[in-house]
Each structure stands twice: as C-alpha cells, then as structure tokens.
Ligand binder design. Structure first.
Ligand SMILES: Cc1cc2nc3c(=O)[nH]c(=O)nc-3n(C[C@H](O)[C@H](O)[C@H](O)COP(=O)(O)OP(=O)(O)OC[C@H]3O[C@@H](n4cnc5c(N)ncnc54)[C@H](O)[C@@H]3O)c2cc1C
Length: 331
C-alpha cells in the first residue's frame, strides 16, 4: 500500500512552491508532482524586477532558492511526472495518477498554470525572451523597453490595458489588431483611442493588421505586417513585440473531475480557493480571476495551504458560502 500524503501539489511552478513551503513547514507530508522540472513559466525569463524584496533576479535563480527552501522543510518533489487524472476515493481521499503510478492524499492543490497563447509565426520562438524582444507580459517587461519602439498585438481587455501601460515606457507603441474594431470593454477602448488621438502621441493603432513574422539578427528588429483587407505587406522596424492574445490553462487533464470555465480555467471561490471538489484547492494562473503574476501565484499557493487546515479541522466547511464579510462592503 502506498503512503498517504497530507497534501499533493500538482505542478511545481511558483504557486506550487509557495503552497509547498507552507505545508511542509507545517510538518505536513507533502508531495509535488511536476511534469518537467520545477519552475513553471518564470524559468523562461532572465529578468524579474517585480518580486517583493528582490531587486533583480533571473527566473532560474529564484526557483532554485524556492526549491531548496521547500526541500529543506521536507517537501518531496517528483519531476518528469505528468498527472493524467485524479479521482475521489470512497473514503474522501484523492487519488492522483501519473503514468502507471498512483499517489493518494487527504488534500490536493492544483497548480498546473497556463501558457500564453502563441501567434505561431516564424521568429516568435527564436526571440521568446524579453531580452531578445518577444514578451507576453507588459506588466513584467515594459520597463525593459524604455525609450524603444515596440509593437503590441491583440484586441481584448488585457491587450488594451497592457498597451496603455507600454506607452508609459516605450518611445513609440504600435498596436495592431486583426479586426476593424476592438472587442475590449468600451471604457478601455475609449481610453486607448483618447491616448492615440493626443497630439504627439506615442501610440499608433493599425486595424485589420496581423503579424506574419518576427525578424532580426540575434534579437527582434522588425515585424512583418499584413493588412488583411488589402493584403499589403510591410517590414515594420521595432525593438520588441508584445503578444497579448490570451492564456491557455493547462487543465485538459482535469475535465470531468473539477468544474472548468468555457476557456478551461478552474472554477473556485476566489477567497479560499476551494474548487467544486471537496479537498481539492487551486492556486495560480490556472484559476478563474488569476492576476497572472509571479507574486500573486505564490500568494495563492500560500492561501490554499492555509485554508486546507480549515478543511482538516472541519470537512463540512467546504460547502459553507464565502463569508459576507468578504463581499464588497462587508467589512
Ligand atoms: C517569459 C515570462 C516572463 C515572465 N515574467 C514575469 C515577471 O517578470 N514578473 C511576474 O510577476 N510574472 C512574470 N511572468 C508570469 C509568471 O511566470 C506566472 O504568473 C507564474 O509563473 C504562474 O505560476 P503558476 O505556478 O501558477 O504556473 P506555472 O508557472 O505555469 O507553473 C505550472 C507548473 O505546473 C506544471 N504542470 C502543468 N501541468 C501539469 C501536469 N498535468 N502534471 C504535472 N505538472 C504539470 C508545469 O510544468 C509548470 O511547471 C512571466 C511569464 C513568462 C512566460
């Protein structure tokens, strides 16, 4: 018979490592199951400047410290272990399957993260790093493009917000959108258009336009743009390309086990991070309402690890509604 863990964490990115720090330091028998190696998305960047308390660090360096810390408290990390499905056992415990292996826990925290939706054009993968010119996060990387020329791709709320953010740093921002109107909220679009219409604005909007390639020597130097109505093409010089076309959560393996949104994000109450399955919490970029940041993913992991003690004390708590005190105006 295999060991029963107090807590199994699916994914060893920032959310999983944040959770494991708290569960293992609380002397809970903790197992992390990670399909690749610890780190998640943040391992792809060599510059983090928005993690509190650390002026500047690369993703790999930060993750190495986080991993060392959780292991020092006894958390076990199994790498190369892709979770393929989960099931609730008759006694309320949760079985987690990786290939032919099965692990059992009293509580599971799901932290499989998300991936940025890709444009899928030549050059995107080659320059996929803010230092080389391709980024998917304006909040993370805009300061690295101070005084430079960037192209932003997208048309939804995040695209508009992130593009406006970029205008505070870049010398020139060209936003391209494949349609002739934005689908973002009206209030955001108004703000965007107002910015573009200012005299000497550093924001240019190109409608009906797509990027078909990112080009350069060693780093991005131009984008090939195509007008989808006229089919006209141009090589558009720039120092960076920001791609804001959405996120794809890594939750395919959870279909039928927990409730997901139409886009695949894990449904939960955003106060305690309980999913629709008792004993299964969620944390990080894979959940509805996630802020998609390193610090918030870690914070989510900590919240889930704190709340699981409440579930251990009283399993019936799972079905209690979120306290009115946590509703707007409730305090
Ligand atoms: C290039 C880049 C730069 C970034 N820079 C910044 C920055 O400067 N500041 C900032 O705040 N944020 C930044 N971010 C965003 C930040 O990395 C994410 O918000 C954060 O990593 C989310 O953490 P997470 O643990 O929720 O998910 P992830 O980081 O996605 O980790 C999920 C983990 O789960 C594993 N996994 C997935 N499915 C399974 C499965 N079935 N079985 C087992 N394991 C599984 C994955 O392999 C991965 O290791 C950046 C992101 C990228 C891509």
């Amino acid at each position: 018979m295999s060991d029963i863990y107090d807590c199994i964490i699916v994914g060893a990115g920032p959310a999983g490592l944040g959770a494991a720090l708290y569960t293992s330091r609380d002397r809970m028998k903790t197992l992390m199951l990670e399909k690749f190696m610890p780190g998640g998305q943040i391992i792809n960047t060599d510059r983090i400047e928005n993690y509190p308390g650390i002026e500047r660090i690369d993703g790999a360096g930060l993750i190495m410290q986080m991993q060392k810390q959780v292991e020092s408290f006894g958390a076990e990390i199994k790498t190369g272990c892709e979770v393929t499905n989960l099931e609730k056992e008759p006694d309320g415990k949760i079985a987690v399957h990786c290939d032919k292996d099965k692990y059992t826990a009293r509580v599971v925290i799901l932290t499989p993260g998300s991936d940025y939706r890709k444009l899928g054009v030549p050059g995107e993968e080659e320059f996929r790093n803010a230092g080389a010119g391709v980024s998917y996060c304006g909040t993370c990387d805009a300061p690295f493009f101070k005084g430079k020329q960037v192209v932003a791709v997208g048309g939804g709320n995040t695209a508009v917000e992130e593009t406006l953010h970029l205008t505070k740093f870049a010398e020139k921002v060209t936003m391209i959108h494949r349609r002739d109107a934005f689908r973002a909220a009206k209030v955001l679009v108004e703000e965007l258009l107002q910015k573009a219409n200012e005299s000497n604005s550093n924001l240019i909007i190109k409608y009906d336009t797509i990027a078909t390639a990112i080009q350069g020597e060693g780093k991005a130097q131009s984008v090939k743009l195509k007008n989808v109505k006229t089919n006209e093409e141009e090589d558009y010089p720039c120092d960076g390309v920001f791609i804001f076309i959405g996120m794809v959560p890594n939750t395919g393996f959870l279909k039928g086990f927990v409730d997901l949104t139409d886009n695949g994000f894990i449904k939960c109450d955003c106060a305690y991070l309980r999913t629709t399955v008792p004993g299964v919490f969620v944390a990080g970029d894979c959940r509805i309402g996630a802020a998609m940041q390193l610090a918030t993913a870690v914070g989510d992991g900590v919240v889930a690890a704190m709340m699981l003690k409440q579930y251990f004390r009283d399993p019936k708590w799972w079905n209690e509604p979120v306290s009115d005190l946590l509703q707007p105006g409730g305090w």
